[in-house]
Design a protein around this ligand. Structure first.
Ligand code: SME
Length: 169
């Protein structure tokens, strides 16, 4: 059993560094993408305060398909360019949305969600999917959270075997 540490996130940079080390230890010795995604989602959901959804969407053709997550059941398929997730994926950049109601085209999976942070996952320049966090509190995520979660996403990608989309074509 992995006992998840509770972080106060008063010093966000330090706590994200500690959480990244914890994630590295949790994933050590395992390369399976689904197993690692499941444990990453569970760790983030437990460790991050005020988060009501934490999980993955993976790229399948021209759309994102939901992967392992914690939180309420979510919409399964999101076209590239749609919603916060599809926009982050299409533009391959982190999207920090303080108020989802102000984001045109936001896809509501849980009506309690107010803020969202979506980080694209990339491996050797190929888009793999996104890591998505939702919070019931407007403005929950800031630039430090974005940096911290980007580092967590990189740990997840480097720890996992990512089947190459090019090889599959
Ligand atoms: N809100 C996201 C959809 C995914 S859920 O939040 C889990 C979006 O607009 O892309």
């Amino acid at each position: 059993m992995h006992a998840v540490r509770r972080y106060a996130f008063e010093d966000k940079a330090a706590d994200y560094r500690a959480l990244a080390a914890e994630l590295g230890a949790l994933l050590a010795g395992e390369r399976d993408l689904i197993a690692n995604a499941a444990n990453t989602a569970a760790l983030l959901y437990e460790a991050l305060p005020e988060v009501n959804w934490a999980g993955f969407y993976f790229l399948r053709g021209q759309e994102l398909v939901v992967g392992p997550f914690q939180g309420k059941p979510a919409c399964v398929r999101i076209a590239l360019g749609r919603g916060v997730c599809g926009t982050a994926a299409a533009e391959r950049r982190t999207l920090l949305v303080p108020d989802v109601h102000a984001f045109p085209g936001h896809i509501a999976c849980d009506s309690a969600s107010r803020a969202e942070l979506v980080v694209p996952l990339q491996c050797a320049d190929e888009l793999v999917g996104v890591l998505d966090l939702d919070s019931p509190r407007s403005g929950r995520f800031d630039a430090e959270d974005a940096l911290g979660v980007e580092a967590l996403a990189e740990r997840f990608v480097s720890a996992s075997h990512i089947p190459s989309a090019r090889a599959a074509r």
